[in-house]
Design a protein around this ligand. Structure first.
Ligand code: SF4
Ligand code: URA
Length: 261
C-alpha cells in the first residue's frame, strides 16, 4: 500500500511539467520558487549552432554523413548486441545542435521503436530539456552503445531484460558516437549517468563527485575539443527524486554557458 501511495505520488510529481526539479517547497509564495519552465533564457539564442548551421552545402554534407552513418549502424554487427537487437538506435535530433545529450544504451522501448530515450526516463529527459528551452528537435540525443544490451539476448520481448553494456561492446561501438560528435560539432556535451561520463572522460570517479563540473572532450581525428558537463541519468532521478535538485543546477549551468557567445 505504501509502495502504491509512493508510486502515485511520484507519478503526480512527474506529470507536472512545470516543476520536475523537486525544488524545496517554498514557504513564501510559490512565484518565488525556482520555476524551470518560466524563463528559458537559452531561447534568446538559437539552440542550434549558427556556426555549423551556416551553409546549405554543409547542411547537405551533414545530412549525407548521417544518412550513411544510420545505414551502417542499422546493419552493424561489430559486437554481439547486433545479433540480439530488434533494431539499432543511432540517435535523434538536429545535425546542427549546440548540445548533445549522451546516454548509456537503448532499453526495451528504444529497441522496439529505434529512437533513444522514449521510455519513462526519456519522458523525464524531455521535461528536463524543456525547462531550459531545449527539445529533441533542437538538440541531438545519442547513446554510448547503439543496440539494446540484454541479460537474456534470446528474449527481446521481455521487459526488465536490461543490463549495462560491457567494456568490449562499448569499445566496439565507440567510433559511431565519435563520428556523430565530429559531424555535429556541438558546443556542449551533456553525459547522463555514470557510464557515458566514465567512457568519454576515462574517469571512474563516482558520478556524484564529477557531476556539474565542466570538462573537455576530444572526439578524435584532430577535431576541436568540446566542453562536457556530466550529470545524473534521468533513471536515477526516477529512483531518487532528491537528485533532481542537482540536475536542475546543472541545467541552469548549461543554460548560462549557452547564453555566452
Ligand atoms: Fe554495432 Fe554498436 Fe550495435 Fe555493437 S552495439 S552491433 S558495435 S552498433
Ligand atoms: N537510457 C539510456 O541511457 N538511453 C536510452 O536511450 C534510454 C534509456
Amino acid at each position: 500500500m505504501k509502495d502504491l501511495t509512493r508510486a502515485l505520488k511520484r507519478r503526480v510529481e512527474l506529470s507536472d511539467s512545470s516543476d520536475w526539479t523537486g525544488a524545496p517547497v517554498p514557504t513564501t509564495p510559490r512565484a518565488a520558487a525556482p520555476a524551470p519552465a518560466a524563463a528559458p533564457r537559452a531561447t534568446a539564442r538559437p539552440a542550434t549552432n549558427p556556426a555549423t548551421a551556416a551553409t546549405s552545402s554543409s547542411a547537405r554534407r551533414k545530412a549525407e554523413v548521417f544518412a550513411e552513418l544510420s545505414e551502417k549502424i542499422k546493419t552493424c554487427r561489430a559486437c554481439p548486441l547486433g545479433a540480439a537487437r530488434i533494431q539499432a538506435v543511432p540517435g535523434v535530433g538536429s545535425h546542427d545542435a549546440q548540445v548533445m545529450f549522451i546516454g548509456e544504451g537503448p532499453g526495451f522501448d528504444e529497441d522496439h521503436k529505434g529512437e533513444p530515450f522514449i521510455g519513462r526516463s526519456g519522458k523525464l529527459l524531455d521535461k528536463i530539456m524543456e525547462s531550459i528551452g531545449l527539445s529533441r528537435e533542437n538538440v541531438y540525443i545519442a547513446n554510448i552503445v547503439k543496440c539494446h544490451p540484454m541479460v537474456d539476448p534470446s528474449d527481446p520481448e521481455k521487459r526488465g531484460n536490461d543490463r549495462p553494456p560491457s567494456p568490449e561492446e562499448i569499445e566496439a561501438c565507440r567510433g559511431w558516437l565519435d563520428t556523430q560528435i565530429r559531424t555535429i560539432a556541438p558546443r556542449f556535451l551533456v553525459t547522463l549517468g555514470a557510464v557515458p561520463a566514465r567512457v568519454l572522460l576515462g574517469d571512474s570517479t563516482p558520478i556524484s563527485k564529477i557531476r556539474g563540473v565542466w570538462r573537455d572532450y576530444e572526439p578524435g581525428a584532430g577535431a576541436a575539443k568540446v566542453r562536457l558537463l556530466p550529470t545524473f541519468h534521468p533513471a536515477a532521478l526516477l529512483r531518487n527524486p532528491d537528485l533532481k535538485r542537482d540536475v536542475w543546477a546543472d541545467m541552469k549551468n548549461l543554460r548560462e554557458e549557452m547564453s555566452k557567445s
